[in-house]
Write a protein that binds this ligand. Structure first.
Ligand SMILES: NC(=O)c1ccc[n+]([C@@H]2O[C@H](COP(=O)([O-])OP(=O)(O)OC[C@H]3O[C@@H](n4cnc5c(N)ncnc54)[C@H](OP(=O)(O)O)[C@@H]3O)[C@@H](O)[C@H]2O)c1
Length: 375
């Protein structure tokens, strides 16, 4: 494909798309994904950080498809990319893009989803949307497959009509992958989340800007600030999402509202502080949990160890806990620093530290797991 995440490298994650096809080297095994009787796919926003990861995850998981449309803006129309040894021309997203499409994976921003999501549904496609456009709409499932698969029950390719399913916010997905198994055991009453969010959460251009700024600062030059209003390299700042009238920013309120919808619990108390840190890829979150029932450290560790999609990295002896680098390009969310909250009585509080690749489990992987449940 045209511009892919390179495992092992944090800084050179994206290369520019060109008019010449570039080669994506698939794993050395026989591909079964291109099949006559499989669904036809569309990837909307294919040139972006999440769009590129869609292609990577589709390939990694041998997702079956009979055709795939590569859609982006007019700016990218006509550019070439190679996916699973075939060349594709990127097409401009238009109202006609969804004729014959069964599953449309959207990651081109909220306004694009708001306009083209319903167009795709009208054409009979099932849209899995990565933006925040529909997450809180009543009747639209907001799904983390390991957490609430039942929310999308009955939605299948071939059911004769389109549908829309929303992918939660990346910080919410990473948080709830770790908090939900504990919630199921001891019921979370209150959750306090502090995030340390990577550049990749703001898209491909933000990653490029962090890389550029890092070089500029090291060379003693003033940093280029196009995506963010302030210096990002060697700095950190409050998340760039708009601040609301209650003083929270939109990213923080997504954690509050989406948790309630996903857990189907309007009473759970959630508060969050979201911070951008100069990490290229993968978010970290410190999570403080207050439970209704007692839950000790060892039981919490055992629960997390047996949770699909979660790994425990909690080596106190060598001070080794999850890091964004270790989870970059990985599917699993890593949990560590699992300890009793000394400020709460009766084993009813825990602190944990979580890292997850938010382009992968926080976006593309979660969406494709949803798409797998449509088959
Ligand atoms: N990055 C993350 O970790 C993350 C996680 C969860 C959800 N999301 C959500 O996913 C969406 C995309 O995020 P991203 O990080 O991938 O952003 P990005 O890297 O900036 O990519 C944006 C994509 O949208 C396309 N696009 C922009 N305007 C368009 C238009 N008018 N018509 C068709 N395509 C258009 C771009 O195409 P061109 O290249 O042609 O401009 C590009 O492919 C956002 O809604 C974001 O909130 C992102």
């Amino acid at each position: 494909m045209a511009s892919l995440a390179h495992p092992g490298s944090q800084t050179r994650l994206f290369t520019k798309l060109s008019h010449q096809p570039k080669k994506f080297t698939p794993p050395s095994r026989i591909r079964m994904s291109l099949q006559e009787n499989a669904p036809s796919l569309a990837v909307v926003g294919v040139t972006g950080a999440v769009g590129q990861e869609f292609l990577s995850v589709l390939s990694d998981r041998d997702f079956p498809y009979r055709s795939i449309k590569m859609l982006a803006s007019k700016r990218s129309a006509g550019k070439q990319l190679t996916f699973q040894d075939r060349n594709y021309t990127i097409e401009e997203l238009t109202e006609d893009s969804f004729d014959g499409v069964d599953i449309a994976l959207f990651s081109a921003g909220g306004s694009i989803s708001k306009h083209f999501g319903p167009v795709a549904v009208d054409k009979g496609a099932i849209v899995v949307d990565n933006s925040s456009a529909f997450r809180m709409e009543e009747g639209i499932p907001l799904v983390i497959p390991e957490v609430n698969p039942e929310a999308m029950e009955g939605i299948k390719v071939g059911m004769g009509k389109g549908a829309l399913i929303a992918n939660p916010n990346c910080s919410t997905i990473i948080c709830l992958m770790a908090a939900t198994p504990l919630h199921r055991h001891a019921k979370v009453q209150r959750m306090v989340v502090s995030t340390y969010q990577a550049a990749s959460g703001a898209g491909a251009a933000a990653m490029e800007e962090l890389e550029l700024q890092t070089r500029e600062v090291l060379e003693g030059k003033p940093p280029t600030c196009n995506i963010f209003k302030q210096q990002y390299a060697f700095n950190l700042f409050s998340h760039n999402a708009p601040i609301l009238s209650n003083g929270y920013n939109e990213e923080e309120m997504k954690l509050v509202k989406e948790t309630r919808k996903i857990w189907n619990d309007m009473n759970v108390k959630v508060t969050a502080t979201c911070i951008r840190v100069p990490v290229m890829r993968a978010h970290a979150e410190s999570i403080n949990l207050q439970f209704q029932q007692p839950l000790d450290e060892d039981t919490a560790k055992d629960i997390l160890k047996s949770t699909p999609g979660v790994v425990v990295i909690d080596d106190r002896a060598s001070n080794h806990f999850p890091t964004p680098l270790e989870v970059s390009n990985k599917d699993n969310v890593a949990v560590g620093r699992i300890r009793r909250d000394l400020s709460q009585d009766g084993n009813k509080g825990l602190d944990i530290f979580v890292c997850g690749d938010q382009i992968r489990k926080g976006a593309a992987l979660n969406a494709i797991q949803i798409a797998e449940m449509l088959l």
